[in-house]
Design a protein around this ligand. Structure first.
Ligand code: GLP
Length: 240
């Protein structure tokens, strides 16, 4: 794992964005998966600025979901799709035909998984995945102890994830499942970035980098991937 430690959140966001810019400039039609959550928002802001300055263009890229809350659609506040629409796709004028996302409202979630896996088979491999990390080590919605040998699948959400989820929603939601790219997708991706900031992520960053690599801490499985870069601020890196 290559570990980049920045002084603060802004610098971390800039460093991660520069990495993404390099990848897209090398491969303008890259297949990319980006996370929801709050960690990547600074990176997205930086990428939008870079695009305005003509330092990068996403016009030929394709974007696939990383994960989605089951029960939420693209129009719902706090859905991963909505977060990306607001903070990335709309400001960058990414067109609908560049976007292939899970529909968390679908009555046929297995069908959603199959469609995604087929899409990746056809257009893959995934060139770049940027990941946040849950306090329990989840990547996307690959929760501790869930299937690590899978491609897309539906997961029962961990207690920690359910507790943390309230920060994304202004009213209480009863969300118990997620749909996610599997660890197998993540491990087969060419270029993996993991972003983390703040004191609250220090313990899980330590377990990710220095802990035993096992499925109880999904992020620690990245130790087995040959091309992973971590982008941390000093606080998240404080226990390394
Ligand atoms: C969420 C999402 C992940 C996200 C992670 C960290 O529950 N399923 O895709 O990366 O947890 O979120 P945050 O960046 O808000 O800490």
């Amino acid at each position: 794992m290559k570990i980049n430690i920045a002084r603060n959140y802004e610098d971390m966001s800039r460093m991660a964005a520069e990495h993404i810019i390099n990848t897209v400039n090398r491969k303008p039609n890259a297949l990319i998966s980006l996370p929801g959550g709050s960690t990547p928002l600074g990176t997205f802001r930086y990428l939008i600025e870079a695009s305005k300055q003509n330092r990068v263009s996403f016009a030929q890229c394709r974007f696939i979901s990383l994960d989605e809350w089951v029960g939420l659609g693209g129009e719902d506040e706090g859905s991963c799709r909505m977060t990306l629409d607001l903070h990335f796709f709309e400001p960058l004028n990414i067109s609908e035909n560049q976007i292939h996302f899970y529909d968390g409202l679908s009555q046929d979630l297995m069908g959603e998984c199959d469609k995604m896996d087929f899409f990746i088979k056809e257009h893959g491999p995934i060139d770049l995945i940027a990941l946040g990390v849950g306090l329990n080590g989840h990547l996307g919605f690959n929760e501790p102890g869930s299937r690590m040998d899978a491609y897309s699948h539906v997961v029962e959400l961990d207690e920690v994830t359910r507790a943390v989820s309230v920060k994304y929603f202004s009213e209480q939601k009863n969300l118990n499942h997620g749909i996610t790219l599997g660890m197998k997708h993540i491990m087969e991706t060419i270029d993996v970035l993991l972003l983390a900031d703040g004191d609250k992520k220090a313990e899980i960053v330590k377990a990710t980098v220095l802990g035993e690599s096992n499925d109880q801490v999904p992020s620690s499985l990245l130790q087995r991937h040959g091309q992973v870069e971590l982008f941390l601020d000093e606080r998240a890196a404080s226990l390394l």
